[in-house]
Design a protein around this ligand. Sequence first.
Ligand SMILES: [Zn+2]
Length: 202
Amino acid sequence: MLQEVTLGLEPDERSCFFEDGGHRLVSGLIYEASTRGDHDCAAYYFVWKSLAPPRVKFFGWLLTKNRIHCCQALARKNILEDAACEICKAAEESADHIFSKCPFVQGYWTTIGWLPDNIAKVQELWNTQPHSPRIAKKVLHPLLLLLCWEIWKHMNDVVFRGMPPDVARLTSACKESIKNWSCRILRKEEAMSNSWMLAFSM
Ligand SMILES: [Zn+2]
């Protein structure tokens, strides 16, 4: 490609799909392209089409790409020497360890009535079917993002604020978020609104 390029003295000509007439980058165009919907990607629908708030969608995207900053990832980047889980100290803290394998989180899933063994790996989290009767995907998927987000925040409280891991505190944080997120459900989706609150009734 470069062989056909001849450098001249004229100013450079730059072009980009996402610029305005003055060659300024327009982030709105990037957002539009990324959410247009003609994607054949399960993670895309799971994360970006959910009713989660933007920061949780962003977290969910990193999570499903296995790119969150767990100890294992930080050790790989030489930021940490020891990748052991801060809670159980029994295994490396990978993303899957945090969300499905750590004894603490397994205790949490059991407490809320979900089968820990049925929590799918983070890279296919949408395949989780926590118990029977089955929860509709439309409700389950945002709920999964919400619970994982709360688990992640709980872990950060333990690691960075020195708070003790506590299933009861985590559960009440989840309940609070579920109540807050319910206002994100469109008014016309009354059925979804009802099952949203019921899905976590313990
Ligand atoms: Zn652990």
